[in-house]
Design a protein around this ligand. Structure first.
Ligand code: SAH
Ligand code: DHB
Ligand code: MG
Length: 234
């Protein structure tokens, strides 16, 4: 797996640099809790070799998503934003043998890399990638899904949430990635379209009486960011 760890200073020095300390702790926790996995490492390597951006979830975040999918007993999973299929493999491994994961991406190159990574993981029979802008592919889906991961273009997050709600049932868990963005999400004066998209999403979730929601702030090798967790109640 290509190293995203530019730091090799003693921990005492790292404490002066919060980002370095987050990464040292992430490495420590990954070594303890994330089992070594040649298939997932190969997926990251193949994605990098194909020139995909290095923005997949981290190993610990993949483990977190998989744990959540298992907690809700997910048999049908929907993912919006495949990239090279790294998060897809983590999530599909939470499924029973007769489970299904549909993953949406607008980029044919990304989906091609993802198909190879999914095949290497032995998950081709469970995973159905669909090519196209999610606003066009979401209306073609039939629900309900038990677990939904939204991780595509952030500007459309509120629209994706609204579609995903229609594809849910009571008990469905919807998780949205990248909802903190270095804290920019709290800046009411932001003009960043991605951050504005997350703010619109938050307002839509807050105004939605059928859900309970919480955002978890996260730090680590992807900086300061977070996950929004939404449980559909009714
Ligand atoms: N979930 C992946 C990362 C996804 S990165 C992981 O953690 O491993 C975001 C992805 O969203 C990119 O692959 C990008 O092509 C895709 N995307 C961007 N705009 C989109 C759109 N309008 N519809 C569907 N996918 C889109
Ligand atoms: C970006 C997108 C992501 O989904 C992510 O997890 C990190 C960064 C981005 O577009 O910069
Ligand atoms: Mg993301």
């Amino acid at each position: 797996m290509p190293s995203r760890r530019p730091f090799s200073r003693p921990v005492s020095d790292q404490r002066r640099d919060p980002a370095a300390e987050w990464i040292a702790v992430e490495d420590y926790l990954d070594a303890l809790f994330v089992p070594p996995d040649p298939v997932l490492d190969a997926a990251r390597r193949a994605s990098a070799a194909a020139g995909l951006p290095d923005i997949a979830v981290t190993p610990s975040q993949g483990q977190f998503l998989q744990l959540l999918a298992r907690l809700v007993g997910a048999r049908r999973i929907l993912e919006v934003g495949t990239l090279g299929g790294y998060s897809t493999v983590w999530l599909a491994r939470a499924l029973p043998d007769d489970g299904r994961l549909i993953t949406l991406d607008v980029n044919a190159t990304h989906l091609e890399v993802a198909r190879e990574n999914i095949a290497r993981a032995g998950l081709t029979a469970l995973v159905e990638p669909r090519l196209g802008p999610a606003l066009e592919t979401l209306p073609q889906l039939t629900g309900p899904f038990d677990f939904i991961f939204i991780d595509a273009d952030k500007a459309n997050s509120a629209a994706y949430f609204s579609w995903c709600l229609r594809l849910s049932r009571p008990g469905t868990l919807i998780v949205v990635d990248n909802v903190i963005r270095d804290g920019q999400v709290a800046d009411a004066g932001t003009t960043d379209p991605d951050v504005l998209g997350i703010r619109r999403l938050n307002e839509a979730v807050a105004a939605e009486p059928r859900v309970s929601a919480v955002t978890l702030q996260t730090v680590g090798s992807k900086g300061y960011d977070g996950f929004l967790l939404v449980r559909v109640n009714a």
